[in-house]
Design a binder for this molecule. Structure first.
Ligand SMILES: CC(=O)[C@@H](O)[C@H](O)COP(=O)(O)O
Length: 254
C-alpha cells in the first residue's frame, strides 16, 4: 500500500489514456495493467462538448482515481486555468501539473511549474508536479507542499528509459513525499528499474499505447513494477569487482 495525500493505493502503476489505436484496446490494457489511477489531458476531454469523443468514454471511470493533467499549458496561469476547469467539471481535486517549456524535447518549465504548484496548492488542490530530474527543484516543490513529485525518466514519448538514475536516486533519497517516475519509460525493464531505485510508483503511457501489443505490454508493466518493488524491498547484493564462489567450501551454513 502507498498513499497520495489521504488516498491509498495498491497498484504502483499510473497509466496514461492517450494515443491508443482504439477505445477497446485502451479498455483492455487499462484492465490488465491493474492500475487504479488514470491520467489524461483535460484539454482532450471535450468537457463542454459532450457529443465529442473523450478519452474515458469506454472506461468505467468511477472505478478509478482520476488524475487530470494540464498538458498543453505553456505557463503557470494556463495550468491553473486548466486545473480549475477540471475541478469545476467534477473530474477530481487531484491535478498533475504539466507545463512544457520546450516544444522539441517536451521538457517541463521549472519556473512555471513551481509557480503553478504554489498557486494550485493555495486553492486547495492535491498537486502532483511533473518535473525534470533536477534534485534541487524537486526539493523546492516538496517544500512548497506538493503532495507527490513526478520526475521524468527521459522526454515524454521518447522511450529512452531512465537517463539519469543517479539524479533519480538523489530525489528518492531526499523526499518524504511519494516519488512517481513519469515519462520516457520504454519497456517493463525501465519500469522495474525505477522501482528498484526506490520510486513509489511509475506513470507511463506511450510504452503501452505504442507497443505492438498494448495489452501484453500493459501486463508486462504490471509485473515489472511489482518485481521492481519486491526487489527494492528485498535489498540487492552489493556489487563487487571480482568473482566470489556461490558455493564456498567453508564459512557458510549450507
Ligand atoms: C499521459 C501523461 O501524463 C504523459 O504526459 C506522461 O508524461 C507519459 O509519458 P510517456 O508517454 O513517455 O510514458
Amino acid at each position: 500500500m502507498w498513499k497520495i495525500a489521504n488516498k491509498q493505493f495498491e497498484s504502483r502503476l499510473l497509466l496514461g489514456t492517450g494515443k491508443f489505436t482504439n477505445f477497446d484496446v485502451q479498455k483492455e490494457a487499462v484492465q490488465v495493467s491493474g492500475t487504479e489511477i488514470l491520467t489524461f489531458a483535460v484539454r482532450r476531454m471535450n468537457i463542454f462538448e459532450p457529443s465529442q469523443p473523450n478519452f474515458l468514454e469506454k472506461l468505467e471511470a468511477s472505478a478509478y482515481t482520476l488524475l487530470p493533467n494540464t498538458a498543453g499549458a505553456k505557463n503557470a496561469e494556463e495550468a491553473v486555468r486548466i486545473a480549475r476547469l477540471a475541478k469545476a467539471s467534477g473530474l477530481c481535486d487531484m491535478i498533475k501539473v504539466e507545463v512544457i517549456g520546450d516544444e522539441r524535447t517536451l521538457l517541463p518549465d521549472p519556473v512555471e511549474t513551481l509557480k503553478a504548484t504554489e498557486m494550485l496548492l493555495s486553492e486547495g488542490f492535491i498537486v502532483l508536479p511533473y518535473t525534470s530530474d533536477d534534485v534541487v527543484l524537486a526539493k523546492k516543490l516538496e517544500e512548497l507542499g506538493a503532495h507527490a513529485i513526478m520526475p521524468g525518466a527521459s522526454p515524454i514519448g521518447s522511450g529512452q528509459g531512465i537517463v539519469n538514475p543517479l539524479n533519480l536516486s538523489f530525489i528518492i533519497e531526499q523526499s518524504s513525499i511519494p516519488v512517481i517516475v513519469d515519462a520516457g519509460i520504454g519497456s517493463a525493464k525501465d519500469a522495474a528499474f525505477a522501482m528498484e531505485l526506490g520510486a513509489d510508483a511509475v506513470l507511463l503511457n506511450s510504452a503501452v499505447s505504442g507497443a505492438k501489443d498494448p495489452v501484453k505490454m500493459a501486463e508486462a508493466m504490471r509485473y515489472g513494477i511489482q518485481a521492481g518493488r519486491l526487489s527494492y524491498e528485498a535489498g540487492r547484493i552489493e556489487r563487487k569487482n571480482y568473482g566470489i564462489a556461490s558455493s564456498p567450501l567453508e564459512g557458510s551454513i549450507v
